[in-house]
Design a protein around this ligand. Structure first.
Ligand code: PLP
Length: 424
């Protein structure tokens, strides 16, 4: 009899061809065979309710019929051209309409690339080199973004600590690291360095941590005061917190916005969006060789990705979608609260109903260090039981989605109750 492939079989094969046996992004012992709605099935045949949803993009679930139809419809016309195509222009128009700070965009293939170009663009526009980044803020894998992303040791602000080997110290020297949500710190940092700062780059909701009231407004004011650009990394929050992203929800408009995940409908497509004046730096005819940023990519504006993204956005625009997404997230938050209240352990559910996580702590969670000093061993145990009980999620984030069903909620509630009851 032919041996069925299992997670374990694939893990053996993966270890031979992949360093660490994985793609670097998730637990390499699980191999996802398929997904449908808000569920995924692994190579052992185990089904999970999926709160990872591709690390964010699959807001509409894994097999939305309309998105699939849009993809099938475009496939016979060709897969990629390295040339302008109408679908990607339509998607660009829609993104610029949706994002308050957007007039023009440039496509790239990943959120990390969008962030890398956003920082470079700010440097080109201002003629300055320093970038302010927040400790624990995630902006992809560029050398700049690797500064104080998840530092284990505490350095004095604003010293940047690389979280990756292979980065020259000269990169760290141009980065200024600040604690998120600290009003006084950013004021004093900008008072000292403001005239040399090209950009303040921030996740408007940092990983799961919401901005304190007025904090994003303060960043806007400080950027304006010193003539630097405010970059909102909305790779996660774009088209999730609301259709217009975090900037619409929190009523603060950045100079540059980076987007990914949802706008590609599950395909590798990301973008940076800004005013035409700022984006002129991608056009040599407007700014000359001195001010020009060379930027291109083989798959930029890929028509299949654009078709999936365009249909995804069309569906998200329909009445009630964000009410449903919020209600779905709120429901999981409420069941979590009920289960954890019964344990007596200190915890906070940090985030927004569209994106959140439990942090085991007795203190408010305002920045990276608050999460770092929480009871992470308890969080690990909690997440492990959730996985055993059929919940698929990353440590540190819960991504609700639109297609969650009553059946999915029932499994989720039982899993949360068990995970809470097993805590020590
Ligand atoms: C806030 C944020 N920025 C940038 C990125 C990088 O996006 P990508 O993985 O598409 O490079 C991510 C990825 O999760 C992210 O969460």
């Amino acid at each position: 009899m032919q041996k069925l492939s299992s997670n374990a079989d694939w893990a053996t094969r993966a270890r031979a061809v992949l360093p660490g046996g994985g793609f670097g992004n998730f637990d390499p012992s699980v191999f996802i065979k398929s997904g449908s709605g808000a569920r995924v099935i692994d190579e052992d045949g185990r089904e999970y309710v999926d709160y990872l949803i591709g690390s964010g993009p699959m807001l509409l679930g894994h097999d939305n019929a309309e998105v699939l139809e849009a993809i099938y419809e475009t496939l016979p016309r060709g897969l990629t051209f390295f040339a302008n195509n109408a679908t990607a222009i339509e998607l660009a128009e829609e993104i610029c309409r949706a994002v308050p700070g957007g007039e023009q965009l440039r496509y790239v293939s990943s959120g990390g690339e969008a962030d890398m170009y956003a920082m470079r663009l700010a440097r080109a526009y201002t003629g300055r080199d320093k970038i302010v980044k927040f400790e624990g803020g995630y902006h992809g894998m560029s050398a700049e973004a690797q500064m104080s992303l998840a530092p284990e040791k505490r350095a004095n602000f604003p010293q940047a600590i690389p979280d990756s080997a292979g980065i020259p110290p000269s990169v760290a020297a141009e980065m200024l690291i600040a604690p998120f949500n600290d009003f006084d710190y950013i004021r004093s940092l900008m008072a000292e360095w403001g005239p040399k700062v090209a950009a303040i780059i921030v996740e408007p909701l940092q990983r799961i941590i919401p901005p304190l009231p007025g904090y994003l407004q303060l960043l806007r004011e400080e950027a304006d005061k010193y003539g630097c650009l405010l970059v909102f990394d909305e790779v996660v929050t774009g088209f999730r917190l609301s259709y217009g992203g975090a900037q619409e929800l929190y009523c603060v408009t950045p100079d540059i916005t980076t987007l990914g995940k949802a706008i590609g409908g599950g395909f590798p497509l990301a973008a940076l969006v800004a005013s035409a004046e700022i984006m002129a730096h991608f056009d040599k005819t407007q700014v000359g060789a001195e001010g020009w940023l060379m930027q291109l990519g083989t798959l930029s504006g890929n028509p299949v990705a654009a078709a999936a993204g365009l249909k995804t956005l069309e569906i998200l625009r329909r009445d009630g979608q964000y009410d449903t997404l919020r209600a779905n997230g709120q429901r999981v938050m409420n069941m979590t609260r009920t289960a954890l209240d019964a344990t007596g352990f200190g915890y906070e559910i940090v985030g927004d109903p569209t994106l959140f996580e439990v942090v085991f702590t007795d203190a408010p969670v305002r920045d990276y260090r608050d999460v770092q000093s929480s009871n992470t061993a308890r969080a690990t145990a909690y997440n492990e039981t959730l996985r055993q009980e059929g919940i698929f999620k990353a440590a540190g984030k819960t991504y609700p989605s639109l297609p969650l069903t009553e059946g999915d909620f029932a499994i989720t509630e039982a899993a949360i109750q068990k995970a809470a009851a097993d805590l020590t």
